[in-house]
Design a protein. Structure first.
Lengths: 144, 144
């Protein structure tokens, strides 16, 4: 059991204010966030969606390495990209409408079907996938 | 509508391997992750849980600034801390067992009850809270 902490200091209104989000437990960094930047075409500073993408891709890659070994394979190299989309919510406000995972794996001892099965199992079992179960998560996984 | 991307490059097994997670859309940084570090007493490198905490605290602070204005107040300064706990899942594997938000607000034009109501509304309406609805989210909010 482990607890990790992050903190945001926010000043001002939603449209005109801005904040700094700090990775507190690790001290890895502090990053600017703002609402206009969050939905701008070009990302400057991080955003809740980019941070969700980072959490999901890192958790998923760990879960997949475990699933590959559990299926009798050896994980060599995995590349996991998460694309997180923020959109108007049909019931009001905004929501995360889609998380798309793109996975390429270099694996010994599993064929394409075995890798696909491991990738699907990691999508269901990874702790961040479970926490994000209220969203739509799609997966495109193949051997490199 | 906006999409933000992060990517993890992972090498090796769950227990002995390691990865680097990149905040791809913004280029804000690349951080080491590993499974032993994820559950260690001391956080070194970031972790999926710390990144979820960062996503939630930053999203919540924006949502709260909007709720305060919607209730007729003026948000001056908000400090939002998110503590995210990873624990064994009763149904197997690991899960995020708790997200605790601690909120302190400097606000003009709202009393304690008005601030508490805005804080509760932000807990329900923030896009990251909605995405994390499968977890337990607790809130301790008060005026600074």
């Amino acid at each position: 059991m482990a607890t990790r902490t992050a903190r945001t200091a926010w000043n001002g209104t939603l449209q005109e204010g801005a904040g700094q989000v700090e990775l507190t437990s690790s001290g890895s960094g502090t990053f600017d966030v703002s609402f206009p930047r969050r939905t701008a075409d070009k990302a400057e500073g991080t955003s809740p969606e980019e941070l969700i993408a980072a959490a999901h891709s890192s958790c998923y890659s760990m879960a997949l390495s475990g699933e590959i070994a559990g299926a009798g394979g050896t994980p060599i190299a995995l590349e996991v990209t998460a694309d997180v989309t923020l959109a108007p919510d049909p019931v009001g406000g905004l929501h995360i409408s889609l998380i798309h995972l793109t996975v390429r794996g270099e694996v010994e001892g599993l064929d394409a079907a075995g890798f696909e099965a491991a990738a699907q199992a990691a999508k269901v079992g990874c702790p961040v996938s479970k926490a994000l179960a209220a969203t739509t998560i799609t997966l495109d996984a193949s051997l490199a």
